[in-house]
Every structure is written in structure tokens, then in C-alpha cells.
Design a protein around this ligand. Sequence first.
Ligand code: ZN
Length: 374
Amino acid sequence: MLLSLLPTKDRGAEETGFAADRCEKYFELLNALLLKLHARDGHSEVDLAALVPTLLSMVRSHRIVEQRGQTRTDRTLIGLLNTLTTLMASDPSFREVAASSGTVKVLFDCLFALPQTSSAVAGAAASAPPMCKVAPTRAAAYRLLSTLCEGHKGNLSALVVLLEPLQRNTTKVGKWRYQISRVSKSFTGYVGIKNLGCICYMNSMLQQFYMLPQLRHALLSVEDAADDKADSILYQLQTMFGYLTLSERQDYDPTPWCQAFKDAAGNPVNIKIQQDAEEFLGTFIEKVEAALQPTPHKSLMNDLFMYSVTGQLACQSCHAVREREETNTHIAVEVKNFSNLRDSLGNFVSWETIPDYQCSSCNQKVGCSSMCAC
Ligand SMILES: [Zn+2]
């Protein structure tokens, strides 16, 4: 009767009356009964060996419940894993049944499977693999893996084969007091850019550019043709935006970007010197536009940021108006004495009086009003 309550692929937890707070006790009772059944020397009505592939297929088809950055624990999954551990511990021959069902690989994927790039970019990263994300669920999966490998060479070698490339590709940590929780991605799902010294002016700008979907998607879609990738700002920007999208770390180290982004004299960014943010903004737009020239998005920066402004000069004596049109990619707005951007932009297009203006129409040196119209 208890086994018939197990949620399956076709019958969800809701349908079988499962609730997160109750299913913990359900699995405790089930595990205790399974142990007793086994102790009765196999004379039970339940085929325990057949239960192993059944439970395994439940784990395999289980929907991902846990989300990155959240503490929600998948108690049903823990229950299934713990029940499998109980069975493995009660009878070593079940480890052979598990081996023939590929249990080690299923568990390995539950612990270490990586999200597919496409789903991560599409914003589904929060519920992407692995299935076991929080500590209690991972502990249950590790416990089962360990039990499976005890005294079973087949399971152990299957695990070693899977672990070996993982270990080979892992960067060694060379510092003290390393804690993975302190370098993991924030619960907000965003990745920071590390401030290497005095580059907050640049990092804040780069994050704002990253947050423009049109710009981000276009930049990531182009092919960088530069031979020297280390010196290509387009390539380095793509790399940075790639990390900001997919990394599981707290921040991205922008050293390669700082090396590639050169000033007029050809020097890389000096991380020890604070620079003017507006100057960086202008240079950034200019350089990215130049780098995009050989690509289908060569007018991207202009399309996104270019605006034109008409400056008007009106003579207070003869009322002649002179106009001059200018184009630019950014506006430096006043912050002091303004509570919001709208008011500050209003000030940007307001009239101001210029004293002693030599009017070319009436040739008088009079006061003149000046304004900008966007
Ligand atoms: Zn005049």
C-alpha cells in the first residue's frame, strides 16, 4: 500500500497526496518497513530487487524542483535516494542490480550535470540542472553513491571514469580560507565584475551595457575575426558577457579586458588610476563601433545610442534665430540640485542667457538666449 503512494512520472506528488512536509515521514516509515521485510529472510510479498530499477527510473524522470540560490529542498527526491540507500545497505546483491541499471551515471548527473547553454541564455538557468542543488539533497546522493561503491568494483570503476575528467578540468584553489559559498553566484542570479583596484567607474558602465538586451545579444551573436584574441576588445567583451550570463561564480575577473582595452597611447587600463566615467563611455562606444565594422552589426552603437541635438541662439534685440545641429552618443546631465533624471533633462533643454553676444544679423552686442532641443 505504501509503495502505491509513490509519486511517478504520470502521477504527480499532488495526485498521490504527497506534500513536502509529510513525505519525509512517509519515506522514514517506508525505509523502516523495507528493512524489516528484508530481515524476514526474503519471504516477503514485495520484490525488493525489482524495487531498485523502479525507484531509479523515478529518480531519472524526476522533475527538477530545487532552484539555484534558493533553499527549497526536494524532500521527495531525498526520500527516493534514501530508500535506494536503505536497499543497497540491506543487501549487497542489490548493488549489482543497480549497476545493470546505470545508477552511478544517473546519480552523477543528479550532482554534476551542467545547464545547457541555450536554456541558460533563455533565462531558465534557475531551474536548470543539476537536480540536487541544496546541501541535504546532495548529501543524500553522495551517501547513495558511496554505498553503491562499497565492495562493488563495477560501480566504483564507473564512478572513477566519470570523476576523472571532472578532476582534470578543475582549477586548483591556491589560497587559504576558501569557501565555495563565498565565491558562488548571488541569489539574484547576477554575476559581478571584480574591482581590481580603481576600476569601479568602468565596471559600473560595463554592467549597464550588459543589461541592455539588444546590445548584449548583438555582441554575443557576432564572430570576432581578430587573429590576436588577447588583444581584441570585441572578443574580450564577448567573453566577459558570456561569463556574466553563464558563470556560477560571484564575479568575473576583468584582467584580460583591461589588457585589451588600450588608451590613445596604446597603454592598457591602469587599474590603479581612477578615470573619468564619461570619458570611458565615449571611448568604449567608439572602440566597440570600430570593432563591429566587419560584422553585420556595424551600425549597432549608432542605432542604439546616437542622438542629435539642435542648439538655438535667439537674439533678444532682432529675434533672429541661429541653429546648429550636433550629434552625440551620450548626455552629461546635472546631478546636483536635481532629484530625478526627468528634471535634469528638462534643465538640459532650458533657455539660458548669454551676455555680450555679438549678433550677426543686427550686429549689436546684446544679451542672447540659448537652448538645446533634442
Ligand atoms: Zn540681433
